[in-house]
Write a protein that binds this ligand. Structure first.
Ligand code: 13P
Length: 287
């Protein structure tokens, strides 16, 4: 069942939990996400980061498949565009039925980010979809898994300012705010140090759900603290993809006979499903 980003974040708000937003790049990944969410009977966000992953599959090819799996799922699913770069890309996603879109103007000057985000909100309204946008910066190497090194440290001078965040939400009318408070996309060089007080201040100042990007690689304890302080959507991908790669490597090393590609896809899917089960349990406060 497909629901809007606003609806799914409302569910997380009501239960004081966070919804997992898993990036997908393959059919195996989509199946792993839906299987994990259905097994635990939890809502989930299926998202595609066209900017980082279009080299693996175009938005227009994976989008309809995401929609089909979400539609048939036994749990609420939001189908979301991650890090939308421009209105054209956002419109393409909305035309396919996506129920949430992110416009990422975080690298632009404030006024330009506001103007473009506002235009995205007006466009999405016509489709009954919701909008996430970003202020502050998490670093530009989006994903290690998309070919960049991704090995970055968070830069405090780029952290989201709570006062500016409140103004941004007022100026744009967005439904969720992606913030920078110590996470980065990709592989962590050293254990990240999160500014949890900043999450609390941003949440209090803006009144909208806070989105954590760069969620994979964060400790369970830090996840819990962030959720207690207002994080309601957690973007998570790189480590799930890496663990699946590790699992495939291990199987290949142990195999002396023929290897068939369809088996590799299933090994990867099983590993991803396990990572997603573990992750959803933490985000949803399940045993
Ligand atoms: P990771 O791949 O580092 O978990 O980040 C995912 C993300 O933030 C997508 O926007």
């Amino acid at each position: 069942m497909i629901v809007s980003l606003k609806t799914i974040l409302g569910m997380a708000e009501a239960t004081n939990t966070a919804v997992a937003a898993f990036n997908v790049t393959t059919l195996s990944g989509i199946r792993a996400v839906i299987a994990a969410a259905e097994e635990l009977n939890q809502p989930v966000i299926l998202q595609f980061a066209n900017a980082a992953h279009k080299g693996y599959i175009p938005l227009t090819e994976i989008g309809p498949v995401m929609m089909q799996y979400a539609d048939r799922a036994k749990v609420p699913v939001c189908v979301h565009l991650d890090h939308g770069e421009n209105l054209e890309e956002i419109k393409t996603a909305l035309d396919m039925g996506f129920s949430g879109v992110m416009y990422d103007g975080s690298a632009l000057p404030y006024a330009q980010n506001v103007a473009n985000t506002r235009a995205a909100v007006e466009l999405a309204e016509g489709y009954g979809a919701s909008v996430e946008a970003e202020i502050g910066s998490m670093g530009r190497e989006e994903f290690a898994s998309a070919g960049g090194s991704g090995e970055e440290e968070a830069v405090e001078s780029c952290y989201t300012d709570p006062g500016q965040a409140a103004q941004f939400v007022k100026d744009t009318g967005i439904d969720a705010l992606a913030c920078s408070f110590g996470t980065v996309h990709g592989i962590y060089l050293k254990a990240p140090k999160l500014d949890i007080d900043r999450v609390k201040d941003i949440r209090e100042a803006t009144g909208v759900p806070v989105v954590m990007h760069g969620g994979s690689g964060i400790s369970d304890e830090d996840f819990r603290k962030c959720i207690e302080n207002g994080v309601r959507k957690i973007n998570f991908y790189t480590y799930a993809a890496k663990y699946a790669g590790d699992a495939v490597k291990e199987k290949l090393n142990a195999e002396s006979g023929n290897v068939y590609f369809h088996d590799i896809a299933v090994w990867g899917m099983e590993s991803m499903k396990q990572t997603y089960l573990d992750t959803i349990r933490v985000f949803s406060n399940l045993k």
